[in-house]
Design a protein around this ligand. Structure first.
Ligand code: NAP
Length: 225
């Protein structure tokens, strides 16, 4: 069976992706070490990749022994505090770029030999904000624009790998609940993409026959469920 590593797999979109890849892949579930991570690993018979992804030594240690990897899904990420540029301190820029971009580049670098060995597939969970920066979203959007650059360059540098960027609109997860609270709105999950819907698109990309390279997937919510 093929092997897939999914970061941020303890909850939200990452857990949904894990459940959808489980029938076809041996799973390695990334997380910071929690009961939720242990719970889903037990449910799916998966192993775990435990690391704070901004701790680069911990990432190298966790990756030890992974010599062959068919699928790497970069899903872990953090949301924005929705501040305009004039009120966004340097620490907020650094936090978003560190988690959503630099940690992703570093994990890719560390796992590239294993991906090359398998002729593997790297999936980047981007965002609608990776295509368009709205007011209040500059720092988050910059991290996701950067993630798109990382994916595009990797695709050209590593022609034997497949590299897919997924650009979903708002998804019904903890991250979205936090954003809606910051926006001071009522949370109506039916307005957002279901995590299972986005996960199904990721699974479809991964299962695409080898003659095709799914480079980008864009999903916008219809507001109907
Ligand atoms: N929700 C949306 O509306 C939306 C829309 C478009 C794109 N996205 C993207 O989709 C991806 C998943 O988001 P989500 O909505 O499922 O978010 P979520 O519910 O907040 O879950 C985020 C996951 O990322 C992990 N994570 C965050 N920072 C980490 C770090 N420094 N080291 C290791 N793990 C870390 C978290 O681990 P812990 O469980 O340990 O906290 C958690 O498992 C993100 O890349 C996000 O930008 C989300």
């Amino acid at each position: 069976m093929s092997t897939a590593l999914i970061t941020g797999a303890a909850r939200g979109l990452g857990a949904a992706i894990a459940r959808q890849l489980s029938p076809t892949h041996d799973l390695i579930l990334g997380g910071r070490g929690s009961d939720a991570l242990d719970g889903i690993a037990a449910e799916l018979g998966a192993s775990t990749f435990t690391a704070e992804l901004t701790d680069h030594d911990a990432v190298v240690a966790a990756a030890e022994g992974i010599d062959r990897l068919d699928v790497l899904v970069h899903n872990a990420g953090i949301g924005s505090s929705l501040r305009p540029v004039g009120e966004t301190p340097a620490d907020e820029w650094r936090r978003l770029l560190e988690v959503n971009l630099i940690a992703v580049a570093e994990l890719t670098r560390v796992l590239l030999p294993a991906l090359r060995a398998a002729g593997g597939h790297v999936v980047f969970i981007n965002s609608g904000a990776g295509k368009r920066a709205n007011p209040g979203w500059a720092a988050y959007a910059a991290s996701k624009f950067g993630l798109r650059a990382l994916a595009d360059a990797l695709r050209l540098e590593e022609p034997d790998l497949r590299v897919t960027s997924v650009f979903p609109g708002r998804i019904d997860t903890d991250m979205q609940r936090e954003l809606i609270a910051i926006e001071g709105k009522d949370y109506d999950p039916t307005r957002f993409l279901a995590p299972t819907t986005v996960a199904a698109a990721v699974a479809q990309a991964v299962r695409t026959p080898a003659d095709a390279h799914p480079t980008e997937i864009v999903l916008r919510p219809t507001g109907r469920r």
